[in-house]
Design a binder for this molecule. Structure first.
Ligand code: NAD
Length: 299
C-alpha cells in the first residue's frame, strides 16, 4: 500500500466496472477511503469487497447519479462514512449506440445526456460545498472524442465537449475557494465499449478505432487510473483547468498509423492492479427512467 492519497476520501462514480474499477482500486491502494458508486446493476459491491479484502477502505453506493437527490445522497455517504470529501471522480458515462447521425436513435442521445452530462453536473454541484471545506478537487472523464469529435457517435463527442468546458469553468470559478478541477481524456481503452462483442461498435469501427491510435493498441484501465491518481493527488497542486489526454497519441495523429506498429510494441502492460470487472461495463440503455428524462415516452 502506497500513500499518495493517504488520509483522503474520494468518490469514484462508475466505480464498479471498466476504468472506474481501476481508479477505485488505485486510489484505495494509495491510501484513500473510496465510495464506489454506480447503478444498482453494477458490480460496485464486488469492487468494494475486493478493496476491503486487500486491506483498503471502501463503501459501495448504488443509485442513478443523474438525479440531484441521489447525487446528494452519494456525497452524504462519503461524509457520513469517512467524515469528509477530498476528491470527486466523475467517471460514470455511457456509449450506447454507433450509427451515423441521420439514423442515430434519439433515445440513445438522451441517455448519454443523462449519464454523461447530468451525472457530472449533479455530482459536482453536490460535492462542491464539501470540497471547499477540504480544498479538494474534481477529476472528470473527458475524452479525445470531446476534442476531435466521434464519427459514428457524434452526440457522444458532444457530451464530452460539455464536460471539458464545464470542468474548465469550475476550475476558474472555484480556484478562489482552493478547489481544483481537471479532466482526463482517454483514447480507446480496453473496456466493454471498444470491443464489438461487448459494445455497439462494428468490426470496421473497432479496427479503425484501434488503428487510429499511433501506439497501435487500446490503453488499459490502469494506465488511465495512473493519471487520475496524479491529478487527484497533492502532487498536482498547481494543475487546474487541464485536460490530460491518455490516448496513445490519438489527438496528435492524422492517419491510421497504428496499423504499422509491430506486435511486440502493441502488447499492453501487465499493470499491478487485480482488475476483475474491466469488461463488466454496460453499453445497452439501462434503468427504468431512460427515455423519460426529456418528457419523452419510451419508443
Ligand atoms: N472506454 C473508452 O474507450 C473511453 C474513452 C474515452 C472516455 N471514456 C470515459 O471513461 C468513463 C468510463 O468508461 P468505461 O469504458 O470504463 O465505461 P464502463 O461502462 O465500463 O463503466 C462506466 C460505469 O458508469 C456507470 N454509470 C453510467 N451512468 C451512471 C449513472 N447515471 N449512475 C450511476 N452509474 C452510472 C455504468 O453503469 C458503468 O458501470 C466514461 O465517462 C467514458 O466516457 C472511456
Amino acid at each position: 500500500m502506497a500513500n499518495r492519497l493517504s488520509g483522503k476520501v474520494a468518490i469514484v462514480t462508475g466505480g464498479g466496472a471498466g476504468i472506474g474499477e481501476a481508479i477505485a482500486k488505485k486510489f484505495a491502494q494509495e491510501g484513500a477511503a473510496v465510495v464506489v458508486a454506480g447503478f444498482a446493476e453494477d458490480p460496485v459491491q464486488q469492487v468494494t469487497n475486493e478493496i476491503l479484502a486487500s486491506g483498503g477502505r471502501a463503501v459501495a453506493f448504488q443509485g442513478d447519479l443523474s438525479h440531484e437527490a441521489t447525487a446528494l445522497a452519494c456525497v452524504q455517504t462519503a461524509v457520513g462514512q469517512f467524515g469528509k470529501l477530498d476528491v470527486l471522480v466523475n467517471n460514470a458515462g455511457a456509449f450506447p449506440a454507433a450509427e451515423e447521425l441521420d439514423k442515430y436513435p434519439v433515445e440513445a442521445f438522451e441517455y448519454m445526456v443523462k449519464n454523461n452530462i447530468y451525472t457530472t453536473f449533479h455530482m459536482s454541484r453536490a460535492a462542491l460545498p464539501e470540497l471547499q471545506k477540504t480544498r479538494g478537487n474534481i477529476v472528470a472523464a473527458g475524452s479525445e472524442a470531446g476534442q476531435m469529435g466521434e464519427p459514428m457517435n457524434t452526440p457522444y463527442g458532444g457530451t464530452k465537449g460539455f464536460v471539458h468546458a464545464f470542468i474548465k469553468g469550475i476550475a476558474g470559478e472555484q480556484a478562489k475557494n482552493g478547489v481544483r478541477a481537471n479532466c482526463v481524456g482517454p483514447g480507446p481503452i480496453d473496456t466493454a465499449w471498444t470491443h464489438k462483442e461487448t459494445g455497439p461498435m462494428t468490426s470496421k469501427m473497432e479496427k479503425q478505432t484501434v488503428e487510429g491510435v499511433p501506439m497501435g493498441r487500446r490503453g488499459t484501465p490502469e494506465e488511465v487510473a495512473n493519471v487520475y491518481l496524479f491529478l487527484a493527488s497533492d502532487e498536482a497542486s498547481f494543475v487546474t483547468g487541464a485536460i490530460y489526454f491518455v490516448d496513445g497519441g490519438v489527438t496528435i495523429s492524422k492517419s491510421s498509423s497504428g496499423a504499422e506498429v509491430s506486435s511486440d510494441l502493441k502488447k499492453e502492460p501487465d499493470g499491478e492492479l487485480n482488475l476483475e470487472h474491466s469488461k463488466d461495463g454496460h453499453t445497452e440503455i439501462r434503468s427504468q427512467d431512460a427515455g423519460h428524462m426529456m418528457g419523452r415516452s419510451p419508443q
